[in-house]
Design a protein around this ligand. Structure first.
Ligand SMILES: *[C@@H]1O[C@H](CO)[C@@H](O)[C@H](O)[C@H]1NC(C)=O
Ligand SMILES: *[C@@H]1O[C@H](CO)[C@@H](O)[C@H](O)[C@H]1NC(C)=O
Ligand SMILES: *[C@@H]1O[C@H](CO)[C@@H](O)[C@H](O)[C@H]1NC(C)=O
Ligand SMILES: *[C@@H]1O[C@H](CO)[C@@H](O)[C@H](O)[C@H]1NC(C)=O
Ligand SMILES: *[C@@H]1O[C@H](CO)[C@@H](O)[C@H](O)[C@H]1NC(C)=O
Ligand SMILES: *[C@@H]1O[C@H](CO)[C@@H](O)[C@H](O)[C@H]1NC(C)=O
Ligand SMILES: *[C@@H]1O[C@H](CO)[C@@H](O)[C@H](O)[C@H]1NC(C)=O
Ligand SMILES: *[C@@H]1O[C@H](CO)[C@@H](O)[C@H](O)[C@H]1NC(C)=O
Ligand SMILES: *[C@@H]1O[C@H](CO)[C@@H](O)[C@H](O)[C@H]1NC(C)=O
Ligand SMILES: *[C@@H]1O[C@H](CO)[C@@H](O)[C@H](O)[C@H]1NC(C)=O
Ligand SMILES: *[C@@H]1O[C@H](CO)[C@@H](O)[C@H](O)[C@H]1NC(C)=O
Ligand SMILES: *[C@@H]1O[C@H](CO)[C@@H](O)[C@H](O)[C@H]1NC(C)=O
Length: 477
């Protein structure tokens, strides 16, 4: 009698252990060495294409391995293998496996599980829950102690092409569009690169976002539609140190990691303030040659930008749109590829990039020497940014800007901004760009994105205006 009861209890115990460790569809289990079921197995939900992900949330080194099976006849998949037993490969703390699980399955941990080891597992029928995005966060610009950073984009805007006979082109925006109702939850993490802490950890969202000691403080956090790639979270960070290389990550929805990206603050003498929040030039998110702004955030925005600058710009916008629509837009096609609306968008971007000169500074040299034997030294090639020195006697590049009581360097616009406008607009407007073989490099950064010849698209030296390592070569709004 007693033995029978004991047997019943044992059976109940086994069934319960199997039933509590359930991984449900599109959900996450947060686990650590203390709250693991015994044995450490989890039943998996059924799905035609199930993606199972594992993310380490602590830096304990572990030899733990993760095995799954989609077979109903295996209840403890492990290194012994068997039919339909698979190992989830884990790289830098992140593992993913996709397969067909028509009747569900089992996930099992194998090997020693160290104390304090914490991790998450997730199962989804809609792609991986835990992932590292291929898209990096974006740098707007830095000053000596501030940085303007952007999350990866979401919700790209849709343009509706106007049609003839009511071909109405949009006017420049005077107030920003209203942000979407729901947005991902973004968290920003920044540390000085020299400490090398973040990049040596498991590259997962839970690990990186648990590093609470972030550098600087967030002075402003708001959604901004910077370009046609979509909305981004925009952060203005204050309290950084001059001439310092920082590492930044963005965590999305607690599960998705973007980064690392690097940025370098300017030297202590850099005096140009950041301009941002300009609805008619949403891509102007960088340092401009203006005197210090008295605003609380020490930046220029729509409320304090000198009206001589914005009024002139808006007149150019409307005069250009009037000239453009003397063409029978939407009825007479000047190009099989481009429309008046494309031309107007390209011109607006170009006008913003030339109307708001950008202050720049030579990046600290990234040249490293490897001298393992003390004899070889390898120089990593670096490119010089398109900087042009301005002294107190130079006239400002945009005459509506005041003369500056200091010398500084301007980071020239990338010539591709001009060429895109030239390509998109009808000939009769007479829009033309200087040629690389003459003196284009006195007003534009030439050869960074495309090569120096007009037909060398995509053959430029670094191939972009800036990179995720903190280098910025020319200005692209
Ligand atoms: C398990 O997955 C493999 C490969 O995806 C598949 O060939 C097999 O049919 C699956 N087994 C079951 C029982 O669905
Ligand atoms: C586990 O964490 C506790 C508190 O954080 C710490 O005191 C202990 O040393 C850790 N144990 C191991 C084995 O790392
Ligand atoms: C299953 O989902 C993964 C992740 O989204 C995807 O890479 C894979 O191609 C899908 N497989 C099938 C057969 O649809
Ligand atoms: C022309 O289009 C604009 C914008 O799409 C709209 O506001 C306007 O009412 C239209 N005018 C006519 C006459 O349809
Ligand atoms: C984050 O959540 C939002 C809404 O909650 C969703 O639209 C977005 O796709 C999610 N992002 C990722 C990377 O899963
Ligand atoms: C977003 O994530 C942060 C950090 O994990 C959390 O504190 C916050 O409550 C989350 N907000 C929402 C709306 O989910
Ligand atoms: C961020 O700054 C902009 C421009 O100064 C302002 O309009 C906005 O209200 C600020 N947002 C927050 C959350 O402080
Ligand atoms: C992110 O984590 C926080 C704290 O753990 C939680 O409050 C929030 O709901 C989570 N957000 C999402 C989108 O899962
Ligand atoms: C715009 O057009 C008006 C009227 O033709 C002209 O007076 C003005 O100078 C033009 N403005 C610019 C900036 O070209
Ligand atoms: C220009 O700079 C000099 C020296 O730094 C200073 O004495 C002078 O007041 C400044 N002038 C203006 C208009 O700011
Ligand atoms: C500009 O281009 C000319 C002709 O290609 C070249 O001689 C000159 O050195 C360049 N100047 C700069 C600053 O790169
Ligand atoms: C910043 O640090 C990273 C990592 O060491 C390095 O790859 C990058 O070149 C540095 N950037 C600059 C501009 O010094």
């Amino acid at each position: 009698m007693l033995a029978e009861t004991l047997l019943c209890l044992l059976n109940a115990g086994i069934i319960q252990a199997a039933a509590t460790a359930q991984l449900s569809l599109n959900n996450i289990l947060s686990l650590d060495s203390q709250n693991l079921p015994s044995p450490p197995t989890f039943s998996l939900p059924a799905a035609q294409n199930l993606t199972i992900t594992v993310a380490y949330c602590s830096s304990e080194t572990t030899s733990t391995r993760f095995f799954v099976t989609n077979s109903t006849s295996v209840d403890d998949p492990g290194p012994g293998g068997g039919t339909d037993v698979y190992e989830i490969p884990v790289d830098r703390g992140l593992g993913a496996f996709s397969g067909i699980f028509p009747n569900g399955g089992v996930l099992a941990l194998d090997g020693d599980i160290p104390d304090n080891f914490s991790f998450e597992i997730g199962a989804s029928d809609d792609g991986p829950i835990h992932q590292v995005l291929a898209t990096f966060p974006l740098l707007g610009d830095t000053t000596s102690n501030q940085a303007l950073l952007f999350s990866p984009p979401f919700d790209p805007p849709s343009f509706s092409e106007p049609s003839y006979p009511n071909y109405t082109l949009p006017s420049p925006l005077l107030s920003p569009p209203s942000p979407p109702n729901s947005s991902p939850n973004f968290t920003l993490v920044i540390t000085p690169t020299s400490s090398q802490v973040l990049t040596s950890l498991p590259q997962t969202a839970c690990m990186i976002s648990s590093q609470s000691s972030s550098s600087g403080n967030i002075a402003n956090e708001s959604l901004w539609l910077r370009d046609e790639q979509g909305w981004r979270m925009q952060w203005l960070i204050e309290g950084l140190s001059p001439q310092t290389n920082y590492t930044a990550y963005v965590v999305e929805n607690n599960t998705t990691l973007s980064g690392p990206m690097y940025f370098v603050t300017k030297s202590a003498i850099f005096a140009c303030p950041i301009a941002a929040f300009l609805p008619y030039c949403p891509g102007v998110t960088y340092a401009v040659p203006l005197p210090a702004s008295g605003s609380a955030l020490s930046i220029y925005d729509n409320t304090n930008i000198p009206s001589a600058i914005s009024d002139t710009l808006l007149t150019y916008f409307s005069n250009f749109t009037i000239a453009l629509t003397t063409q029978a837009c939407g009825r007479d096609y000047y190009s099989p590829l481009q429309t008046c609306a494309d031309c107007q968008r390209a011109y607006f971007r170009w006008l913003c990039s030339v109307s708001f000169p950008r202050c720049g500074e030579e990046s600290p040299t990234t040249t490293t020497t490897s001298s393992s034997s003390g004899e070889t030294s390898v120089d990593i090639p670096t490119f010089t940014s398109a900087l042009q020195a301005q002294t107190t006697s130079s006239s400002p590049r945009n005459p509506t800007f005041p003369s500056m009581n200091m010398s500084y360097s301007v980071l020239l616009p990338c010539i591709e901004t001009c060429q895109a406008t030239d390509r998109a607009c009808p000939n009769f407007l007479g829009f033309a760009c200087p040629l690389a073989r003459f003196n284009a490099n006195s007003s534009y950064g030439v050869g960074y994105i495309d090569g120096a010849d007009p037909d060398q698209q995509g053959l430029g030296v670094p191939g972009s205006a800036q990179d995720q390592w903190g280098n910025v070569w020319c200005n692209l709004v």
